[in-house]
Design a protein around this ligand. Structure first.
Ligand SMILES: Nc1ncnc2c1ncn2[C@@H]1O[C@H](COP(=O)(O)OP(=O)(O)O)[C@@H](O)[C@H]1O
Ligand SMILES: N[C@@H](CCC(=O)OP(=O)(O)O)C(=O)O
Length: 272
């Protein structure tokens, strides 16, 4: 197998990996992830982290009995949770002597060519400076996903991470989920479903495999991950879906080891 070692990569981590079922931050999981990402930066990879979790963490921190149904309350929870998460990330990255930066995006930011160009410049400058950008959707401003559960331009962090990967010319996008990869059907519904190791084309059969999120904390399920795959592959960027419970798998993934499901971009399919 001839998989190029990625120089620039985007890693997206979902709410279910970052939080306990109560919505509180899973500190052990965050610590392991931050350690691996810091180490990969030390090994010469340029990494952008796209993180979910703001709403769930805000709901837990505010002591709300459940995820609110009103948009304004969800946006308020996101504002609280985002601040909590960044505080912990910054503390953890500092332990490994890494500087991080926060970037919050809305659909308009990536749709507008002038803003997109500024963003590209900011990401490159941060990476040149050895900084690790940490990105989330600006949920307190944008209502795209939290209102509808779907995205138009952005709206979920799977799509957001693929847009960021494409914008920054990343070689690899890794989605850390609460499941090992793409199965032939949702294993929570069909226990006989099989894990797919490699996908070279998003055929209608593959797209039909995607089901809904697994828990109240997840947003897009596999459908948004496959939308992300489409954006990444069109940008010539490989994408891997793997289990966020084992962040150490990232070491093997950057070496091209078979882990989870790897979607292989066209320019590389011929090399296999
Ligand atoms: N074909 C499929 N293969 C794997 N998981 C699937 C599939 N269809 C639906 N799912 C569901 O998608 C969930 C992962 O997405 P999601 O709940 O958004 O989590 P996360 O936020 O961790 O990405 C899985 O737990 C699983 O229940
Ligand atoms: N931007 C939202 C998360 C959106 C999202 O896609 O969540 P997830 O399915 O857990 O990756 C938040 O920070 O709560």
């Amino acid at each position: 197998m001839n998989i190029m070692k990625p120089k620039r990569m985007v890693v997206k981590v979902g709410t279910s990996t970052l939080t306990h079922p109560s919505g509180s931050l899973d500190l052990r999981s965050m610590e392991r992830l931050v350690r691996v990402l810091s180490d990969l930066c030390g090994a010469g990879h340029e990494i952008i982290l796209v993180t979910s979790g703001a709403i769930a963490v805000g709901v837990a921190h505010l002591g709300l009995p459940e995820r609110p149904s009103s948009l304004r309350r969800k946006q308020a929870a996101a504002a609280v949770g985002q601040c909590r998460m960044m505080h912990i990330y910054d503390k953890l990255f500092s332990e490994y002597n890494r500087t991080m930066a926060q970037i919050l995006l809305t659909g308009e930011d990536v749709e507008d060519p002038v803003r997109a160009e500024h963003l590209r410049g900011t990401f490159s400058a941060l990476l040149e400076l050895g900084v690790l950008p940490v990105v989330n959707e600006n949920d307190s401003v944008s209502s795209a996903e939290i209102e509808t559960g779907r995205h138009k331009v952005l709206g979920d962090n799977d799509t957001l991470s693929a847009i960021v990967a494409s914008l920054c010319g990343a070689d690899l996008l890794v989605l850390l989920s609460d499941i090992d990869g793409l199965y032939s059907a949702d294993p929570r519904v069909d226990p006989g479903a099989k894990l797919l190791h490699r996908v070279t084309e998003l055929t209608p059969d593959i797209l039909d495999m995607a089901g809904n999120p697994g828990t109240w904390r997840g947003t897009g399920g596999m459908a948004t991950k496959l939308s992300a795959a489409k954006i990444a592959l069109e940008a010539g960027c490989d994408m891997v879906i793997t289990n966020g419970a084992r962040p150490e798998d990232l070491y093997g993934i950057v070496e091209g080891r078979e882990t989870g499901t790897r979607f292989i971009a066209k320019r590389k399919a011929g090399d296999q």
